[in-house]
Design a protein around this ligand. Structure first.
Ligand code: BGC
Length: 453
């Protein structure tokens, strides 16, 4: 077999990771099919989980606590909802879970979280009684606004004894066990739902929420009549649906690098779309491609540098750093290579690495945009209305050019109408959203405002 050159390899990769216009449109159609199946309760890759809450009116008011647990960073907030169209006030603190708390045992995990809430109250000198809204950024099966059973961990979390359990109950029990008095968890929501609620509190065009961070997911507003699977009591005409779109898996532009990543992951066969677009996996995809190119002798003189030899050892924040350098000679990438102990750090290697990163992140942005395009067109195929999508997450906010590439894809798909779809950056909206949902819950529970006296 003739030896390939570096340029030939890059051309092969560009083809392998390409998402053509035709492929985008096929993906959108397939996504619609999966949405409908999920709403009907038929097997498929989109669970379409009812959130038992509709958009806020903007008149929700009062003081609430919120807990935002999406990754190892946990935030505790006290939120004052004015209910008059002005911006909510908040104070918040951030706490850090360690690996053991995330991986070992649910009791240990929830006890740690209860202690964070306790520390927040003490350090902020807050007394009194509070209702708390809980943002839990994993797939939960809800039976009401106040109950959510964990379906499965994602993003590499493994704490035992939580799958199948109601996380509201687990947190209330932990609060009691840790003797944190005066706090009662009254609602639970996904981070996408929290993000949507936070924007929707002030912006009436908001009808979808999205996270593009360590993990990824989308929620949107649906007519309750369209939810054909049984959901139990719910009195409103519309409901937010947590799609768990990270698990989407139909007509995706997958290749053998995706298969390899999936096989080596904690959850093979699951979260296919998340494994193409989110921060937990983008670095790993690049690493697998780099290792392959090294094996073919067209990168780093055929010797795999240590930084690319450990699973998940090449984090997505490194990809951002690489893409920040758009100099023709990739000078900054070269000095980074040197910093990672790679010598000689030749300009050809640096440029090729940057190109690999661009190829992988370019596909991610196009796939992410297509799933949002599918979301807003499910009930508005010709985009007659305006759609503001609240988007949060490190990839969306921090990855150079990611948002711009998503917007470009939306323009390619929608032409003149692309202006009807707005990607609205939301920073830390999910905590605020949890407080709004706690307020909705208090309004809807008979005697809810008296629960805590
Ligand atoms: C979880 C979702 C979450 C998303 C973003 C995914 O791994 O399954 O529930 O919304 O990450 O945090």
């Amino acid at each position: 077999m003739a030896k390939t050159t570096r340029d030939e390899e890059l051309t092969r990769l560009r083809r392998l990771f390409a998402v053509t216009d035709g492929r985008l449109r096929t993906l959108i159609e397939a996504f619609h099919g999966e949405m409908r199946r999920g709403l009907a309760g038929e097997p498929g890759s989109l669970q379409m989980l009812p959130a038992f809450v509709d958009l806020p009116t903007g008149r929700e008011r009062g003081t609430f606590l919120a807990l935002d647990m999406g990754g190892t960073n946990v935030r505790v907030l006290r939120v004052d909802l004015p209910g008059d169209g002005s911006f909510p006030g908040r104070i918040e603190d951030q706490f850090q879970l360690n690996r053991e708390q995330v991986a070992a045992d649910g009791k240990v995990l929830f006890a740690a979280i209860a202690r964070f809430i306790d520390r927040f109250l003490r350090e902020r000198a807050l007394s009194g009684r509070y209702r708390l809204g809980f943002t839990f950024s994993f797939p939960i099966r809800q039976r009401s606004i106040a109950r959510g059973d964990l379906i499965a961990w994602t993003k590499g979390w493994t704490a035992e004894g939580v799958v199948g359990r109601d996380v509201v109950e687990l947190l209330n029990q932990a609060l009691a066990a840790e003797k944190v008095s005066g706090v009662r968890v009254v609602s639970v929501n996904n981070d996408t739902t929290g993000t949507l609620m936070a924007l929707a509190y002030l912006d009436p065009d908001c009808d979808a929420g999205c996270i593009l961070g360590t993990g990824t997911n989308i929620c949107y507003r649906e007519r309750t009549a369209e939810i054909r699977k049984p959901i139990g009591p719910y009195g409103r005409d519309f409901m937010i649906i947590n799609m768990e779109s990270g698990n989407y898996n139909a007509a995706l532009p997958r290749n053998h690098y995706d298969d390899l990543l999936d096989r080596q992951s904690e959850n093979p066969g699951l979260q296919a779309e998340e494994k193409m677009v989110s921060g937990k996996y983008l670095g790993e995809l690049v690493r697998l491609v780099v290792a392959d190119l090294c094996g073919r002798g067209v990168l780093f003189g055929g010797r795999l540098p240590e930084i690319f030899s450990v699973r998940e050892g090449f984090g997505s924040e490194r990809l951002s750093e690489i893409e920040e350098d758009d100099s023709p000679g990739a000078d900054d990438v070269r000095s980074r290579l040197r910093g990672w102990g790679i010598r000689p750090a030749d300009a050809g290697d640096a440029r090729a690495l940057r190109e690999v990163v661009r190829i992988v992140s370019g596909r991610a942005a196009r796939v992410a945009a297509a799933t949002l395009a599918a979301t807003v067109t499910i009930n508005d195929s010709s985009l007659d209305g305006k759609h503001a999508i609240a988007v949060d997450g490190s990839i969306f906010h921090k990855y150079p050019g990611f948002k711009a590439r998503m917007e470009e894809t939306l323009r390619e798909l929608f032409g003149d109408r692309a202006g009807r779809v707005r990607l609205a950056p939301m920073q830390d909206g999910s905590g605020l959203g949890a407080a709004i949902i706690a307020a909705v819950s208090a309004d809807e529970t008979p005697g809810g405002s008296e629960i805590l006296g």
